[in-house]
Write a protein that binds this ligand. Structure first.
Ligand SMILES: [Zn+2]
Length: 356
């Protein structure tokens, strides 16, 4: 079942989907057609059903407002487009021609109606599905190469372009120097001294530590000389809360959107860094090895050193082969304290009873 597509149809009361699926609302025990104008239920309270019979079978009652049983035939074009979604999902590699063939339409007609109903082209839809799979692969801990092939990407350089786009990085979104963008920032206290957190409308663009605010502000201006830089704590509250908690060892996972410029190589390194588990370290040469080229150790070290978002991209978890901490852009003492806090927090968790 195409739950994202269905959910979008529900949020837009799209009557073209009436008859193609039904939504059941767990909290009320009612099921509706997609176009029902009753109050929009929360996403997590909804189940989708292919037929009203299936909805009733699971104990739901028909909505009195939209009378889901009374709807006659379904829109044949919507049915075809949903069939195409299924084919794309099915892991087979289909061309547009192949998809059009499967539902008995011309590629041109399918392309147009698919975009009209789903909102993106079949190609974009397929790419998004592959990216979902890739992300699942990463979360499940399969290694990067396997994740690439599992998700059906032919070449890894294309994958990383997509990864950048989809993992919240938008490297081409603004010109060098931040021309034409507004950056909001704030400076506050954390366990490692003063911390600056800065964002564009899309995500974090700078997280840095220093002992005094002037140095942090100067550095931000140096990084984005052409941007319009405005101090505004209110739009950064969520980001700051998460990051400060993370540094204090009270929140292990940081999953914040990024808006950073990077070369393809930096992107690959930074993506790997984000996979290093909390409280663990790897060496520069291990990263180089994971990237498929042992000789790139120095390039890896440079990519780590050019990280502009401290902690969010955890370059502090990369150490020398002998375990020495080597360098850190924001001072090796901070690196040491970060890693020590992570180890403590990890140990503390271990000692808790496992059935909590
Ligand atoms: Zn209803």
């Amino acid at each position: 079942m195409e739950t994202e597509v269905f959910w979008k149809a529900v949020t837009t009361n799209d009557a073209r989907f009436d008859g193609t699926f039904y939504l059941g609302v767990k909290t009320t025990g009612i099921y509706c057609r997609p176009s029902c104008r009753a109050r929009l239920p929360k996403r997590e309270n909804i189940d989708f059903f292919p037929t009203w019979e299936a909805a009733e079978k699971s104990g739901l009652r028909a909505c009195l407002r939209c009378k889901p049983k009374e709807k006659g035939e379904t829109d044949p074009q919507v049915a075809k487009v949903l069939r195409v979604c299924e084919l794309i999902e099915s892991d087979e590699m289909y061309s547009l021609e192949g998809l059009a063939d499967a539902v008995g339409q011309s590629p041109y007609h399918l392309q147009r109606s698919f975009k009209e109903i789903i909102g993106v082209s079949p190609k974009k839809y397929a790419e998004a599905k592959r990216m979902d799979k890739f992300k699942e692969g990463l979360r499940a801990g399969s290694d990067v190469t396997a994740a690439i092939y599992d998700s059906g990407f032919g070449s890894s350089s294309r994958l990383y372009e997509k990864a950048a786009e989809n993992l919240g990085m938008t490297p081409a979104a603004y010109k060098k120097g931040g021309e034409g963008i507004e950056i909001n920032y704030t400076i506050t206290d954390c366990e490692l001294g003063r911390i600056l957190v800065a964002r564009t409308i899309k995500g974090l663009c700078n997280v840095a530590f220093a002992d005094d605010d002037a140095a942090l502000e100067e550095n931000l201006k140096r990084e984005f000389p052409k941007a319009e830089i405005v101090k505004d704590a209110s739009v950064l509250k969520h980001f700051v809360d998460e990051i400060v908690k993370h540094i204090a060892g009270k929140k292990k996972r940081l999953d914040l959107p990024l808006d950073i410029q990077a070369t393809a190589f930096q992107m690959r390194v930074w993506e790997l860094l984000r996979k290093i588990p909390y409280g663990e370290t790897v060496s520069y040469s291990q990263i180089a090895e994971m990237l498929g080229d042992k000789k790139k150790v120095r390039a890896v070290a440079r990519a780590c050193a050019s990280n502009r978002v401290a902690v969010v991209i955890p370059c502090h978890r990369v150490v020398g082969s002998d375990g020495k901490l080597t360098g850190y852009r924001w001072g090796v003492e901070r690196k040491e304290r970060l890693l020590a806090a992570e180890r403590r927090s990890k140990e503390a968790k271990k000692q808790e009873p496992s059935n909590v």
